[in-house]
Ligand binder design. Structure first.
Ligand code: AMP
Ligand code: MG
Length: 535
């Protein structure tokens, strides 16, 4: 970096204050823990850090808010996005919200370690709220420190950007910085606290409101603030619905249900397991938010959850995500009920959630298989597919990618020829017994027959499948490798993965080593196959 690059004296960011101006603020302004009433947020500044250092930034998110590489590589950038410097016009604040955690009402939660710096409206009229995660305590930090460690910050930074490029609705990330300070974490809550490197991610989204943002006011019986927040949300993020009224509240809730369906269908498509679908982690815009102990399905196992905190109940397992999303929407509906005072329309929206989800799941599954459309008779093809995916340990991502290469019009293929495109997807050779191979090939022949009914060429099917079945996902072990290097001060893998994952559907032959199945060393290693909420 030349000195000239460092000499950027400020960042050209103009802040907008609609959230702060239009919604009630906490009247207390000093930073101590408290229960906040009748307020959507509390003003609080980030804590200064010792030695901030830039790890990486996302060029696209920077461009969205009008920042160039020159800006992002300047000293002022790292100072601002570590929370050390406030730019003119910033009015940092933490949001107040509550939530149902693991099925139980948890009361006030709030931004315990997130501080909103402000909102940018770009030339295209897009709204980008910038929020630091890990920038120190807020009135909502309860018994925790408000900080974040490098390992969890690398995971959030890369994964949220990867999800965006996979086409999954998500919050995004502008930057990842080290604070130069140590943070103590007991990674598995097993009495082994250790110092780790502190880090801060700057996230960006049009809104960070969660289901819990509304639940808190309903729980407090504060209908006035509830209504103000709902009206504000409709005005700012759902303006097409028109002026708030009871009918508009219902249409709005219905739209939140639809956005949530879409998000979960995408998760199912790419094999993403959120891990902590508490209502405080459910975005009102249907964005994937709060990347904690999430994980990617490697071997296809509908019952898998990456979250060790949820290991016994597996409430947030892969195959249960839609049901949980619906349960969460019921909690939101309960919170909105006092504004609507009629359960019927809310119930209808909740029922429609299930119908829409089932329909979109079918469409998505057909697309993953390269079928032109889902037919009723495909139910058994799908059921049999899920059987063979679990018969032997099978990598979900590699399976679908391999399946795209299957020749469906060559009917005289031997079992070995049929299975050849899938060779990379299997974890344990010994499980590929003759009996299992026979069952897999039986399904492959059933699949060939079904595709032939559509009559599309192998080449068009392959192309279509490769636009919905990614080659590159942010595999759990890749996160670990990037963290291990970053902890040694080498940020090259963080940057390389960020770039590879910008094109997850492209072959990128020179990056193929990032698409391989989980290596054996990662099978049981903490951070690769198991994660706790400690971050
Ligand atoms: P999560 O489920 O991880 O999104 O967090 C649940 C609640 O705990 C939220 O209110 C967070 O702000 C808060 N929280 C999580 N980690 C910390 C931390 N290190 N310091 C303060 N608050 C935290
Ligand atoms: Mg959260």
């Amino acid at each position: 970096m030349t000195n000239q690059l460092k000499h950027v004296s400020t960042l050209p960011l103009q802040f907008n204050y609609r959230f702060n101006d239009e919604l009630p603020a906490d009247i207390e302004t000093d930073n101590h823990l408290r229960i906040v009433a009748a307020a959507c947020f509390s003003y609080v500044n980030p804590k200064a850090v010792k030695a901030p250092k830039l790890v990486a930034y996302s060029k696209e998110v920077a461009t969205n808010i009008g920042l160039s590489d020159r800006h992002c590589e300047s000293d002022i950038f790292v100072d601002v996005f570590s929370g050390n410097t406030l730019l003119k016009g910033m009015q940092p604040y933490a949001q107040c919200y509550g939530g149902h955690q693991f099925g139980h009402w948890a009361g006030q939660l709030g931004d315990g370690r997130a501080i909103n710096l402000g909102e940018i409206i770009n030339d295209a009229g897009e709204h980008h709220l910038l929020q630091l995660k890990g920038a120190g305590p807020t009135p909502y930090s309860r018994n925790a420190d408000g900080l974040a460690v490098l390992r969890s910050s690398v995971r959030e930074f890369i994964c949220s950007e990867a999800m965006y490029h996979l086409g999954v609705p998500t919050t995004r990330a502008l930057s990842l910085v080290l604070t130069g300070e140590e943070v103590i974490r007991d990674m598995f809550y097993d009495g082994n606290p250790k110092p780790e490197q502190g880090a801060i991610v700057c996230r960006s989204a049009p809104s960070f409101l969660r289901f819990g943002s509304y639940e808190i006011f309903a729980a407090q019986g504060d209908l006035d603030t509830l209504r103000r927040l709902v009206d504000y949300t409709i005005k700012t993020d759902f303006p097409h619905l028109g002026k708030p009224s009871i009918e508009v509240y219902i249409s709005w809730f219905n739209e939140v249900c639809e956005l949530t369906v879409k998000m979960v269908v995408h998760w199912m498509r790419v094999g993403f397991v959120h891990g902590v679908m508490n209502t405080d982690n459910m975005s009102i815009l249907g964005l994937t938010i709060d990347y904690g102990p999430y994980g990617w399905l490697e071997s296809y196992d509908p019952n898998w959850t990456p979250n060790t905190t949820d290991a016994s109940n597996k409430r947030y397992r892969y195959s249960h995500q839609a049901q949980i999303a619906q349960w969460n929407l019921v909690q939101l509906a309960n919170a909105l009920y006092p504004l609507i005072e009629d359960t019927e329309p809310l119930k209808r929206c909740i029922n429609d959630f299930a119908t829409n989800y089932a329909a979109q799941l079918e469409t998505m599954r057909a697309a993953k298989l390269g079928l032109v459309a889902y037919r009723e008779s495909d139910n058994s093809l799908i059921a049999n597919l899920h059987k063979i995916l679990q018969l032997v340990e099978t990598d979900m991502t590699l399976f679908y990618r391999g399946l795209a290469d299957l020749k469906v019009y060559q009917q005289d293929q031997t079992d070995a020829q049929l299975m050849a495109p899938l060779a990379q997807a299997y974890y344990v050779d010994a499980q590929l017994t003759t009996e299992n191979k026979t069952q897999i090939c039986q399904w492959l022949r059933e699949y060939q027959q079904r595709v032939r009914l559509d009559g599309i060429t192998d080449e068009s099917r392959r192309k279509a499948m490769n636009t919905v079945n990614p080659k590159y996902v942010f595999r759990n072990y890749l996160a670990q490798l990037a963290t291990d290097k970053a902890e040694q001060g080498d940020f090259s893998l963080v940057k390389e993965l960020l770039e590879v994952l910008r094109h997850p559907y492209d072959e990128q032959p020179d990056k193929a080593h990032f698409s391989i199945k989980r290596p054996d060393w990662a099978r049981q290693r903490a951070g690769c196959s198991m994660l706790s909420c400690s971050s």
